[in-house]
Design a protein around this ligand. Sequence first.
Ligand code: PEP
Length: 247
Amino acid sequence: MTRRKIVAGNWKMNGSLESVVELVQGIQTYATLDVVVAPSFVYLPVVSNMVRDTDIKVAAQNASEQAKGAYTGEVSLSMLQDFSVSHVILGHSERRSLYGETDAQVAQKVAATLAAGLTPILCIGETLEQREAGITLDVCQRQIDAVLDVIGTEEFAKVVVAYEPVWAIGTGKSATSEQAQEVHKGIRDHIAKRSETVAQVVAILYGGSVKASNSAELFAQADIDGALVGGASLDVQEFNSIIESAK
Ligand code: PEP
């Protein structure tokens, strides 16, 4: 089955108003794939406005699982809807490790995002210690099951999974295409135990030091449906080359 490729740029807490505008102006799109950018919350209004007549889609880097109320510093899904956000990155390893987000909380966020009609980009992945202990797939399966158990198998078809080995994020040390494909296949096989149809539909992106020099090889793998790109998405030429290699 051919799944539509997705290339998403996670800009994290980087950029300025000026650099974000410049980046968006330079991004190229192709009819054959989805290009998604995830600026900081404060730049969402500007970016959403800029991409209105383009094929670029906009993601938030997080969202609250709560609808509204006394949650200082949080941003709700309905607020994101006001700015035509289509995707929400959830459970990024930085959110899990630095802000203590648990599997259960990430599952609630995914459920709330789907209920709002937005697409969750669910980040999963193992630490170096877990890889060396040989429990990479167990960790990924646990993170996926936490979400599956809350939203149900059918709804999982609307989730985009981003497999991001923690040891490869921002380190310049990408997983090899073989290592990545092995885990992507393991994730898809795991979902297939619940539903073969859902497993075939779900897009599984790879993230972790993706750059122009390794993206084509990663995208050539049967179960790699695109990438979640951090550092390289801040350089418009580099990001465009990654996008081009997915078309
Ligand atoms: C990320 O943070 O999602 C990521 C993949 O970062 P990088 O590409 O910089 O490793």
